[in-house]
Design a binder for this molecule. Structure first.
Ligand code: PGA
Length: 253
């Protein structure tokens, strides 16, 4: 039996109090106990309190989409790891390509964010991935290794406590997915890099993200080093998200 998969939804900047209520109730009802698969939703910060209430008594885990690298103080607009913890968050995305691209987040900042999350018992889901131009230039491995190396360098022996999401930028929100073989190849590179840094590399969940959907989830999740998925668009529709969760569960049979 393979290890328990992690299926994390990334709502991005979507949702409303009414829409979240309907979506989360449907997901919780559909997923049941989910003891054979960990399910989380990474929601916009203002909805953490709503989610904390909605998920009470269920197996649904909560995550944020970003976290400040700073502990507290004069950082207008930032949300600290301690604040996320206050609302029961177990995960925080760090270094999503949209943050790197639109907010200028560097490898060093992403590494510091991962450190801040870990210091508060939150699992950072460190996102890495190459652009189309980088892939076409044959630079995929170099790029993802550089991105992960910064996080390893800053976090030392704690590195076994992170999760990683390999998200090829060209596959995000485009309907184009890496083939299971292409994804596995990069996941194997990341796993080897983690093995070189920690004796517990097998503990690290390496998720695939980028247009994962109900139709392609099973073949991606069947790959040896794909431990789950980070799902954007399809996590906003309960039936689609539930089908991905069902595909992850099948891998445990
Ligand atoms: P997508 O987004 O599933 O809509 O491609 C994935 C992500 O950006 O995390």
């Amino acid at each position: 039996m393979s290890k328990k998969k992690l299926i994390a939804g990334n709502w991005k900047m979507n949702g409303s109090v009414a829409a979240n209520d309907a979506l989360v109730r449907a997901v919780i009802a559909g997923m049941g106990a989910a003891d054979d698969c960990t399910v989380a939703v990474c929601v916009p910060a203002p909805y953490l309190a709503q989610l904390q209430m909605l998920r009470a008594g269920s197996a649904l885990e909560l995550g944020a989409q970003d976290v400040s690298a700073q502990e507290q103080g004069a950082y207008t607009g930032e949300v600290s790891a301690a604040m996320l913890k206050d609302f029961g968050a177990r995960y925080a995305l760090v270094g999503h390509s949209e943050r790197r691209q639109y907010h200028g987040e560097t490898d060093a900042l992403v590494a510091d964010k991962a450190k801040a999350a870990l210091a508060h018992g939150i699992t950072p889901i460190v996102c890495v991935g190459e652009t189309l131009a980088e892939r076409e230039a044959g630079r995929t491995e170099e790029v993802v290794k550089r991105q992960l190396a910064a996080v390893i360098h800053t976090n030392g022996h704690c590195i076994s406590e992170i999760a990683v999401a390999y998200e090829p930028v060209w596959a995000i929100g485009t309907g184009k997915t890496a083939t299971p073989q292409e994804a596995q190849q990069v996941h194997a590179v990341l796993r080897a890099q983690l093995h070189a840094a920690t004796a517990h590399a097998d503990r690290v969940a390496i998720l695939y993200g980028g247009s994962m959907n109900a139709a392609n989830a099973a073949s991606l999740l069947a790959q040896a080093d794909i431990d789950g998925g980070l799902i954007g668009g399809a996590s906003l529709k309960a039936p689609d998200f539930l089908q991905i969760i069902a595909a992850a569960r099948l891998q445990r049979d």
